[in-house]
Ligand binder design. Sequence first.
Ligand code: NAD
Length: 466
Amino acid sequence: MIYELTIGGEAVQGEDFFSVTNPATEQAFAEAPRASRHDLDRAIIAAQESSADWARRPDRRERLLECSKRLKGQAVKLAKLLTQEQGKPCREALEEILGAVRVLRHWAERPLPEEQVQTADGVRAFVQRRPVGVVAAITPWNYPVILAIWKIAPALLAGNTVILKPSPYTPLTTLEIGALFREVLPPGVLSVLSGGNEIGEALVSHPAVRKVSVTGSISTGKAVARSAAEELKRVTLELGGNDAAIVLEDADPARIAPEIFWGAFKNCGQVCLAIKRLYVQARIYPALLKELKHIAENARLGDGLDTKTDIGPLNNANQIKRISSLVDDARERGAHIITGGKRRDGSGYFFPPTLVTGIDERALLVQEEQFGPALPIMQFNDAREAISKANGTDFGLGGSVWSANLARAREIAAQLECGTVWVNQHGTTHPEVPFGGTKWSGLGYENGLRGLDSYTEFRAVYVPNA
Ligand code: NAD
């Protein structure tokens, strides 16, 4: 199978390549093209040349709808490829792709709001929407498909042209989606360039790019913000999280345990909005721990292509090193490893779901984003203590509160310093609800009207009253 870049509506074979590894086997199974500076320049020219026509086209919605249909038609085939490069169980891969199908349809059908201001003192103005221009969309390796579509769909609807760069760990499904959409979108409207961080850096710092939307780590976000500042590019940054879940003593341990467990361990914990710290009120702590341990010990770890697998491997060698070192640090500080705790022998980046108790709040597993299958579980007596610890980091992506008393849960939710709070659930998103992080977890929003507006410039036109 040959994977190709998409530039100016054409398939472009790379001059250089890099290997893509299947994390379940540690074997390189495909080669992806490494886009060059010349490829980038061509993609930029194509994006600029198609901008004016695309912004005027009356059929942008129809094209998005057609992209949605084509993606749906290839969903099963692409899910298998996504599992091979990313590691997640095939049904999660399919869920991700079908989620992207729905997001494309959502934007294809969403009206663009029109705004008119008429004030009591006689001012009348129309607020017109215009595209920003060429958009750089940069994605990570944990959800390469849905996170790309979160950017592409509203950006294209708003009339922008897009250059998409996936992570070097998971470029293949994105390249295939580029090939699929090539048949639907006019040349230059969407280009896909795979490669390492260097092509990402070159793309975001290119003077012709007017808006940069990055999902990735906090350090990448800061580097992009610095580079974008030079030319005052618009930026949306969706970065790391360290979500706390706070469980009150009136919650039912048996009922909530599966949702909490999968809120932490879905996609092997490699989810920006996974539960990464669990605070449990003392009275139900033993019962909840017992339930979680039972689920962890019965979850099937394996190759995502095996339909019986519940948890796949970590995505790459760095991730397995990182998780191992965070768990070792906790252990050295006197924490108890209730289950899991070390890499599985043999090939593949497999690390079993790991529950850690009795952990020092200053341990790296509590303070940093683990982005993997190791969950620190802490006890508290007073909810104020849990809220203060949940808020006591530089992260601010999400959080959740679990209680039988919804009013009490909402009261606590209102005190959490993060972009999303869930009550008796963790991780739900919807294309109509804004998603973004506070503090170091991000800048700006995706989804919803605020997401759409981030791909829009506004022009106020004052007119006299009729
Ligand atoms: P990463 O920051 O290493 O890479 C993300 C992407 O940025 C890749 O495509 C990479 O090639 C590119 N990149 C790296 N340096 C760059 C630079 N200087 N300029 C331009 N592009 C650059 O992140 P990752 O390891 O792929 O993903 C994991 C991180 O992403 C975690 O921290 C996770 O929490 C975060 N994440 C956040 C969200 C969210 O919506 N907030 C969603 C998913 C993942």
